[in-house]
Structures are given as C-alpha cells and as structure tokens.
Design a protein around this ligand. Structure first.
Ligand code: GLV
Ligand code: MN
Ligand code: MN
Length: 432
C-alpha cells in the first residue's frame, strides 16, 4: 500500500467556488440535444445526437484551453496541466450517452460538473500538483447493444472478445462491425487501453438513481461499491402457426414460454432478496417476437436478461437458478432455447482512501452524507480495476431514473459539483 501525504492545502483554504449559473446553463444546453416527448432525452451511443453532445463538450474544452485527446472509440480527455506535468493525471468525468427516453442528468451531470471544476481552476489560475483530465466515456449505457461501459472498459483493458460476440442493436447492427469501422478488432482490443501508470485516480459525480438519499434527507452519497450485472439474451424457438386452426395442446408458442420465464425470474429474485444479505435484482428489459402479428402463434421470442447484485456469490446462484429454469420451461414446452452470454462481471469495491477523502470534503463544508453502495452501473466500476476510483451521488427525486421523470434539484447539483471540485483539489494536490 502506497503511503499518501497531503500537501496540506485544503480546498477551503483556496475558497474556490464553482460558477453555479454556468454549470446549470451548460447542463441545460446538453439536455436540449436529443430532447423529445415530455422532456425525455435520447442520445443512444454512436447516434447523431450523441455525437453532437460530444462536439459540444469538445467546443467547451477548446474555449477553456484544455489539451484535448480523443481516442479511437471517441472517449474524450481534456487535460489541464499540473505543476508536475509528468505526474499521473487525475481523471474526472462520466458519460454523455443516454438510454431511450431517459432523463437529463444521468452521466451528463458528471461530465459537465467535471468541466466546470477544471474551468474554474483555470480561471483562478490555480495550478495543482497533478494534471487533471475531464473525461467523457463513450457508450456507458447498454440500451443500444446490451453492452455497458464500453469506452471505460476499453480504457481499463477490460473487454474480452467473447463478450462482444452477441452484442447487437434492435436493427441487427453488430457492435463488432461498428468497432471495426473505427479500427478496433478482436485482436487489438488491448491496444486501446491506457497505461495505468499515467492515471492517478478517477472521480465521478452522478445522480443516485435510487430512493435512499431522498428518504434519508441527505444531499450527498459516498459510494462504497458498485453492483455489476450478469447479462445474457435468451432465444426461444417454437413453431409459428395459424392462430385459428392450431389446437391449444399442439402449440409451441415461444411467447407463452417467455412469459412463464419472466414470471419465474421475478419469483427467484424476490425469494433471493429475502434469503440473502445482498439483494439480487433481475429484469427482462427488452423482448422481440416473430412473426408478431395478430393471427399467428409467435414462433420466436428473444429476451434480454439483466441480473445484478452487490453480492457476487448471491448473483451467481441466481443466474444458475434462472438459467436452469428457462431450460426446464423450454424442455417441458418442447421449445428450443439458446442462452447467449453478453457480459458477466463481479461487483466492484471503490477505493478506501478516496472514500475517506470524500468524507473529509463533506465534513469540511458541514454537509450530511450517506455511505452507500450503488445499484446502478457506472464507468467508475471499470476505472476501479486500474486506478483508485471514488464516486459521489446526489439525490434523485422519488428515486426515478432512466425515465423523463428523472430529476435532481439544481441546489443539489451545484453542491455535488462543488464537492467534486473540492475533492479534485485534494486528490491532485496529494503526493504519493
Ligand atoms: C447504467 O445506467 C446502468 O446501470 O444500466
Ligand atoms: Mn444510466
Ligand atoms: Mn450513468
């Protein structure tokens, strides 16, 4: 364990404040890119809207005068040099892509708050010891390809070729084909990773996306660990047939088998929530059927399955039970089943030094905080595999996220951004 020495410059001794109006203005500007019905935001990875949001960020970074580096997949790094230009950089950021009909804050707030933190450092001519890089990772959301934290996984060297094999969008476009168009192939995935010795630490500010902070009336969460998903697709193939002439007992209806499976998945996860220490949650979030017409028995059903927990062993057991169940249902109904793995990851603990440092930052401003795990996935879970990673949460109204109803109060956003700035100053000024 490396010992770390503070250079004894607390953020408050600089008394440096973020510019709240500018932060909220930029957040609004990004939210307008991809705005849709009922204030929803849609910026799927590699869509025109998502590319435009990345251009907005690059423009802002240029205005500030950051050194910009964009890697082959499009991860953006905007660097502000430190007193020691050769020191490893503190990375701070999140993602700009969204789910379909998502909200304005998931990911975006973390990127824009990081941008504001670095902008104010530059304006105030405050030179920290280590360089600081604002980072926007590509494709954190799994909504398009079923594959999450794409950009940060590449940076961390955490992508396995076999994980990409079944990643495709609803139109059948394969993630591998898109990556190939960028010169990223199965055999050079590793070459995309960044040398960990160039990274000091990673910090990410994010909305909670859950109900805890609101319920406990705490404005800040400090994250201890991140639940990681096991994801797979289930393809059920029965027999498409005439809906009027086929007797009920002769049918091989793939959708009915899928329905039985979805209910079984819910039951297993509920039972496990009661039995195990770690909660296990399971979701079928997407389903497609063929032929999908009123007068034909569905011959094929394809489902996406997402199972998550903070407890690795509990999750593994639930995955085994769920997969055994779908095989049993298919056997009984004389339907074929294929289980196509997408990704299997273990829950990730965040760095103890950073948890402590974030606590101190809150205490210095007399801010109440909650120490808590994250049920949602984040880029921090990939970065934590190669560098100390820390995360701050702010409350989400009614805990809602991945929805147009996602909302966080401007006051909380500004407080989160201020604490992010405070922690950036602390981390970048500490010597190892
Ligand atoms: C990311 O938002 C995820 O947890 O799916
Ligand atoms: Mn999300
Ligand atoms: Mn997010």
């Amino acid at each position: 364990m490396k010992s770390r020495q503070s250079v004894r410059a607390s953020p408050l001794s600089y008394n440096i404040q973020i510019n709240k109006r500018r932060l909220l203005r930029d957040l609004n500007a990004v939210s307008r890119i991809g705005i849709g019905d009922r204030g929803s935001v849609t910026r799927l990875v590699f869509s025109i809207k998502e590319l435009r949001s990345r251009q907005f960020l690059i423009h802002q970074m240029r205005q500030i005068g950051l050194q910009i580096h964009i890697d082959r997949i499009g991860n953006i790094f905007g660097r502000l040099d430190g007193a020691n230009a050769k020191a490893p950089a503190l990375l701070v950021g999140s993602h700009l892509d969204t789910v379909i009909h998502g909200g304005k804050f998931d990911g975006t707030m973390g990127v824009i708050a990081a941008l504001e933190a670095v902008r104010i450092l530059k304006e105030q001519k405050l030179v920290l010891q280590s360089p600081v890089e604002v980072v926007c990772f590509v494709g954190e959301e799994s909504s398009r390809f079923g594959y999450s934290t794409l950009g940060s996984s590449l940076v961390a060297g955490e992508i396995r070729a076999k994980d990409l094999a079944h990643a495709a969008d609803a139109q059948g476009t394969k993630l591998e084909d898109i990556l190939a168009s960028m010169g990223i192939y199965r055999n050079n995935l590793r070459s995309m990773s960044r040398d960990p010795s160039t990274i000091r630490a990673y910090l990410e500010l994010h909305i909670e996306q859950g109900p805890i902070l609101e319920a406990k009336k705490k404005p800040i969460g400090i994250v201890t660990s991140i639940a990681a998903p096991t994801r797979f697709r289930v393809v059920l193939t029965g027999q498409a047939d005439h809906s009027g002439t086929t007797p009920m007992e002769m049918r091989k209806d793939a959708l009915v088998a899928a329905s039985e499976f979805i209910v079984a998945l819910e039951k297993i996860c509920r039972r496990y929530s009661r039995m195990e220490k770690g909660r296990v949650v399971g979701t079928v979030g997407a389903i497609s059927i063929e032929p999908g017409v009123i007068n034909a028995i569905p011959g094929k059903a394809e489902l996406s399955v997402d199972i998550r927990s903070i407890a690795a062993e509990a999750k593994r057991r639930v995955v085994r039970l769920v997969q055994a169940r779908i095989r049993e249902i298919a056997r009984r109904r004389k339907i074929q089943v294929k289980i196509l793995p997408l990704r299997e990851e273990d829950p990730v603990p965040l760095d103890k030094w950073l948890i402590h440092l974030l606590k101190e930052c809150c205490e210095m401003r007399n801010i109440a905080y909650e120490i808590m795990p994250s049920g949602a996935g984040h880029d921090a879970m990939q970065m934590a595999k190669v560098t100390p990673a820390g995360m701050l949460f702010i409350p989400s109204r009614r805990g809602i996220s991945h929805s147009p109803l996602e909302w966080s109060e401007p006051e909380d956003i500004c407080l989160g951004a201020q604490l992010l700035l405070d922690s950036v100053i602390r981390v970048a000024n500490e010597t190892t």
